[in-house]
Each structure stands twice: as C-alpha cells, then as structure tokens.
Design a protein around this ligand. Structure first.
Ligand SMILES: Cc1ncc(COP(=O)(O)O)c(C=O)c1O
Length: 396
C-alpha cells in the first residue's frame, strides 16, 4: 500500500526519543531531559503580544503562499542589518519552520540521482529529505579531533570523485556538534567551490545567533555576489527567539528558486499560519534575547567540564548552538551490571534512560555512532543533577 519513496525514510530519531521521555514524565517519572532541541525559555512577551494583536485584528485568513509582504520585508531588513546581505522580498519564502524550508529546497533543486554532500555528523533530517526528493546523500566524515569541520582538501577530493553533486549542505553552528566554521575556514571551502560553479550551497543558519566568543558567525553568501547567488540561506525564529512551536522559518535565494519554492508551497501547505507570521515580524525586527544567549554560553562551559569527568567520555567545548556532543566510545565493551554490556551509543542511551532516568540522543541517527548528544537547553541545576546521575550508574 505504501510508496517506495515513503519507505526510504525513517521517523526522526530525535523526535522519537523526546516522545519517549515525555511519556515517562507524564507517567510520573522524574526524567532529566537532555534530548530536546529547543530553548527552555519562553517566547518573549512582545512577540506574543504582536501575535495576539493580529488575532484581535482579524488576521486569521490565508496569506500569500510564500508569506506576508510585511514579514518578507522585515526579513530583508534583518538580512541587511544582521547578515549584511541585500535581498528583495521576492527572494524570500516563509515556511512552516526551517525543516519545511529545507524540504522545499530539496524538492525544488534535485532531479533523480543528483548528489548532495552532507558533512557528518549531520542534523538527522538532511539525508532523509534528500532521499525523499530522489537525491543521493554523499557523506563527508569529520571527527572531534578536526573540530567536526570538513577541510578544503576533503571537499575537493569529494567533488573530483562525484560528478552529480548539486549542492553542499553547511550547518554552522551545527546540530549536533556545536561546531562553528570560521570565516577563514569558509573562505577555503569557497576557493574550492569556485572550481565547481554549478554546485549550490545550502547554508543552514538556524542557530546563527548562538555563537560563543571567540567564534564568529559567518556565511558563505557574504564572500561575493556569485556566492550569494549560489547560496540558499535557511534561517528562522525557532531557536533564536524560542519559537519552536510557532513554525516559522525562511529561505533567501535567487528569485527563480524562491518562485519555484513558492509554487511548491502554493500546491502543498499554502501559507504558514497568518498570526504566527505577525508575531515573527516582531521577532525579526530586533535582536534575540542577550540574556538567553549568555546563559547558553555559561551552560556550554559547565556541561563540557562535567562530561569530561565521566569516565570514558571526551567532550569538546561547544562553539555554538546548545549541544554538547561527547565521544563515548571509551565506555563501549564495559559491563554496567552483571549481564549488561554497553556496546553502542544506542545501548548507552537506552541504559541511561531506563536506569538513571536521563534522556540523551544516541549518535547513530546523526551519522556519529561513537557519540551521544546532550542538549543543554535545560537549567544548570538539571545539568548538574543529570550528569551526577550518570556518574552513579556507569563504572569507574
Ligand atoms: C540544524 C537544524 N536545522 C533546521 C532545524 C529546523 O528548525 P525548525 O524547528 O524551524 O523547523 C533544526 C531543528 O532542530 C536544526 O537543528
């Protein structure tokens, strides 16, 4: 009964873990969650007020499929103010979250068999979305030792060996690794890409505001007009403004691609929710909450230190986003009780959830089977308590 296409993909593993830990909590269990990919801060009041006002004003009808003129204009101003990039409103398509924006991109640019380079570890949805669009994911492995960043040489070798590459996905700051590409590192990648003028860059900047000094947010779109033309920016309100449930993300691209994605949206979802778009106008009109960013930075330092105290764990300092991504293979092969051996990240996550009531996401779904992901979008007290629980149930 089901299509071959739908059978190609898996349910999102991160959403599956979250559903399980939520169910345990609903059943009265005291679970500490390091699994959620959303800030533990509420949406700022001024954004909620803008949405409520829109509802009161009767802003409850269909809007243009690609988003209201007001929001698209506000996004252009934001791109100019924060990213130093000029776009016009007809280059912006507002969608139901960054995930939907990415879906539209792959559907609009890929023909069957086209390849998409995805550096690993990667955010779980890229490969499945590429597969859904009849594309072929090509993974470029990175390690903790190389800062989870691909090198220019690696990219060049890959492009030499793959003749059907349509796009490269860059996600900086990264989920799940927290890695941030420096402007110099991006410049080196651009120098390689100059020899492959037909390769597009999908720059997923959903965590653009969460970058910790001395690291700096940068985008390949800023290098030259040509790179701006070749780059498809993906941004959104979900993380920066604590608006994950509102479902507002957008792309900035060429008019041709924006028009194609608008057409796709007009025949599939139609517009994102009208009053959520009104709230988003308020969100993109000013900088995200600095106190939230400072808190994430503080937590990133603390969780890294605590994780490095867990025998068998090795954790680099997150450079951005709100994820720590320790290597945990030091624990593989160890007995955690008389007849249970931990052999994989999956085993570890299942054991910690069952015995310590601590929810983390195993690395397999991110293409990193030696790692697990801790989201530190939770209070400092929960971070300390959670890692303490882990120490209690793992061998010395
Ligand atoms: C790297 C990355 N890109 C895109 C998204 C999608 O965000 P949204 O909630 O706006 O769909 C996420 C969300 O977790 C993400 O981590």
């Amino acid at each position: 009964m089901l299509s071959e296409r739908i059978n190609r993909i898996q349910p999102s593993p991160t959403l599956a873990i979250s559903a399980k830990s939520k169910a345990m909590r609903a059943a009265g269990e005291n679970v500490i969650s390091f699994d959620v990919g959303e800030p533990d801060f509420d949406t700022p009041e001024r954004i909620k007020e803008a949405c409520i006002q829109a509802l009161r004003d009767g802003d409850t009808k269909y809007t243009a499929a690609a988003g209201t003129p007001a929001l698209r204009e506000a996004i252009c101003k934001k791109l100019q103010r924060e990213n130093k990039l000029q776009y016009s409103a007809d280059q912006i398509v507002v969608s139901c979250g960054g995930k939907h924006s990415l879906y539209n991109i792959f559907q609009s640019i890929l023909n069957a068999g086209d390849e998409v380079i995805i550096p690993a570890p990667y955010w779980v949805s890229y490969p499945d979305q590429v597969l859904l669009a009849d594309g072929v994911p090509v993974f470029l492995p990175t390690t903790q030792e190389d800062g989870f960043k691909i090198s220019a040489q690696q990219l060049d070798d890959c492009l030499k060996n793959h003749t059907r590459v349509k796009a490269l996905v860059l996600n900086s700051p990264s989920n799940p690794t927290g890695a941030v590409y420096s402007p110099d590192a991006l410049r080196e990648l651009c120098e390689v890409l100059e020899n492959y003028p037909n390769v597009l860059v999908i720059s997923d900047e959903i965590y653009e505001h969460m970058v910790y000094a001395p690291h700096q947010q940068w985008s390949v779109a800023r290098f030259s007009e040509d790179f701006q033309r070749r780059t498809i920016l993906v941004q959104g309100c979900s993380k920066s403004h604590s608006m994950t449930g509102w479902r507002i993300g957008w792309t900035a691209s060429t008019k041709e691609l924006a028009s194609a994605m608008g057409k796709l949206q007009s025949q599939s979802t139609s517009n994102p929710t009208s009053f959520a778009q009104a709230g988003a106008v308020a969100a993109v009109g000013s900088a995200p909450d600095a106190a939230m960013m400072a808190e994430f930075e503080k937590r990133g330092k603390v969780i890294r230190e605590l994780l490095n105290d867990v025998p068998g764990f090795e954790c680099a300092r997150p450079e951005g986003a709100f994820y720590a991504f320790p290597k945990v293979s030091g624990i593989f092969g160890k007995m955690v009780d008389k007849d249970l051996q931990i052999n994989t990240a999956d085993d570890l996550a299942a054991y910690l959830l069952r015995v310590a009531k601590v929810a983390i996401v195993p690395g397999e779904g991110f293409g990193a089977p030696d790692h697990v992901r801790f989201s530190y979008a939770t209070s400092m007290a929960q971070i300390k308590e959670g890692i303490n629980r882990i120490l209690q149930v793992l061998p010395e």
